[in-house]
Design a binder for this molecule. Structure first.
Ligand SMILES: [Fe+2]
Length: 306
């Protein structure tokens, strides 16, 4: 695949300082210029001032400059305006309004997370020892930005842009509602879902395992229980454990672990899902405010009266 990962997101918020504190508490490392870094992905989040919350820019890493030429040419064929420099291609998705910057980037080379021994019936694999996760005390540190979920006013146009234009692959579909798209071996790096306005639903950040999800969410909720959105649970599509929390601007941020990987495209059959089972295998009932964020009406007014 010419692409290999999401490189970064730039999120516009009305309250940069407050939101910056949140992402620092979420476990990202704060850098100059309201940039934030993950352990494996480096600089992956930037906050900028904006009258309403929104995803301003999505960065995608490609292997080499030849990939940029073919992407620019395919986007041009779709009638999308493209800006090209020797090391980047920039274009805006008509459905989500998000500026996408494709650039040559080094692939991630994460050090593997340790395999933690777990006891099971007839299988005391840990021997005579307490579980390792219960002694973890340091802050949770997300490994990388895994995926982004966007509301699109024209899913068909967004899918053309990301699939035919840029080259994302389809992992699973919920007809009429959403497509799970990948630009790496992760089950999804991008989800575009039908919405009355373009908006950022959530960004998702990989942690080592389900214990790190629990520890991260617990630390954030100890500071402010109102940050809770939905979790702990396990998604059906993508299989990942999840816990969603809300930043002070209203964007959801997800800790995730154990997502499906598609290491051989030939062995993966994209599914078509039509019921709520697609959303989760287990967990608390999905709150209405997850499906339609509380500030959606406010965002609609702001979008139509900028
Ligand atoms: Fe997610």
């Amino acid at each position: 695949m010419a692409m290999h990962r999401l490189t970064s997101v730039c999120i516009g918020v009305p309250n940069v300082a407050e939101t910056a504190t949140y992402y620092e508490e979420f476990g990202l490392t704060r850098l100059a210029g309201h940039w934030f870094a993950t352990v494996d992905g480096g600089e992956q989040l930037r906050l900028v001032p904006s009258p309403r919350r929104r995803l301003v820019e999505l960065g995608i890493g490609v292997d080499d400059p030849d990939d940029l030429h073919s992407m620019a040419s395919r986007l041009g064929t779709l009638g999308v305006e493209v800006k090209q420099t020797p090391d980047a291609v920039t274009a805006t998705d008509p459905g989500t309004g998000v500026r996408v910057v494709l650039g040559v980037a080094a692939p991630l080379d994460p050090h593997p997370a340790p395999v933690i021994a777990q006891n099971g019936p007839g299988r005391p694999d840990r021997g005579t020892a307490r579980a390792e996760p219960i002694d973890r005390t340091g802050p949770v540190r997300p490994r990388k930005l895994g995926h982004v979920v966007l509301g699109s006013v024209d899913v068909e146009a967004s899918e053309k842009f990301f699939i035919q234009g840029i080259g994302f692959k389809v992992s699973d579909r919920v007809p009429g509602a959403a497509s799970f798209l990948r630009c790496s071996a992760d089950h999804h790096n991008l989800l575009v879902q039908a919405a009355p306005i373009p908006f950022l639903h959530h960004t998702s950040w990989q942690v080592d395992d389900v214990d790190e999800i629990g520890r991260g969410a617990t630390a954030l909720l100890n500071k402010d229980p109102a940050r809770h959105v939905w979790g702990l649970g396990r998604h059906h599509i993508g299989s990942n454990f999840f816990w969603y929390l809300k930043d002070p601007a209203g964007n959801f941020s997800e800790y995730y672990a154990d997502m499906d990987c598609i290491v051989d495209d030939q062995l993966w059959e994209p599914g078509v899902w039509t019921d709520m089972r697609a959303l989760y295998s287990w967990g608390p009932p999905v709150p209405e405010s997850f499906l339609a964020p509380d500030d959606l009406a406010e965002l609609m007014v702001a979008t139509h009266n900028p």
